[in-house]
Design a protein around this ligand. Structure first.
Ligand code: ITT
Length: 199
């Protein structure tokens, strides 16, 4: 059973590989398909973009593809950056620039109004047309300064209120146990046997 991870985000690849390890998949990355170009994310929801990425890679490779579209929704910003999380600061922005823009946007917002959540929608797509979607959420609060060196993206600014730790302060397996991506993938895998019968 071969699965292509339809993402170029190194942080996501690391986490998805850990979450899928031991389940008997042969996992390939997009680096195995040098002809694959950039996929433009034209959707307005995580689900649309996730399906778009999974379908494009399944069609191009002839293999089952797994995509993740994710982002951070901040209540005080009416849900921004949301689906634009990767390009919040500018197109092709670095994590550092996105994090600085988020800190600036919330500079005058007090702790109790800095609620936020990570959202992940994972999609599986088979060349024959079978599809699967699942969503996961992780509630937290935006910190006023970065904490921790693990993870990627907005992790140093995301406080898990139950643990009192930032996402970047968690070990990789602790993050996967709690994260939006971990939850989405575990939900997807409960539907996996029925999906695979249609592949
Ligand atoms: P692919 O489309 O190739 O998968 P991408 O980085 O462009 O890579 P998205 O469009 O889904 O992916 O953007 C997700 C952004 O949301 C990502 O760049 C991070 O900034 C943020 N994000 C998502 N999950 C995160 C996590 O677990 N920790 C920190 N930030 C996260």
């Amino acid at each position: 059973k071969t699965l292509v991870l339809a993402t170029r985000n190194a942080g996501k690849i690391r986490e998805l590989q850990a979450l899928l390890s031991g389940l008997g998949f042969e996992i390939l990355g997009l680096d195995s398909f040098p002809h694959m170009g950039e996929i433009e994310e034209t959707g307005s929801t995580f689900a649309e973009n996730s399906l778009l990425k999974a379908r494009t890679v399944a069609t191009a490779t002839g293999l089952v593809a797994l995509a993740d579209d994710s982002g951070l929704e901040v209540d005080a910003l009416d849900g921004a950056p949301g689906v634009y999380s990767a390009r919040y600061s500018d197109p092709g922005a670095t994590d550092e620039k996105n994090n600085q823009k988020l800190l600036d946007a919330l500079r005058t917002v007090p702790e109790e109004r800095r609620g936020c959540r990570f959202v992940s929608v994972v999609a599986a797509s088979a060349p024959g047309g079978a599809e699967l979607l699942a969503e996961g959420r992780w509630e937290g609060r935006v910190l006023t300064a970065p904490r921790g060196a693990g993870g990627f993206g907005y992790d140093p600014l995301f406080l898990d209120l139950e643990l009192g730790q930032s996402a970047a302060e968690l070990a990789a397996d602790e993050k996967n146990a709690r994260s939006h991506r971990g939850r989405a993938l575990r939900a997807l895998l409960t539907q996996w046997p029925a999906f695979w019968e249609r592949v």
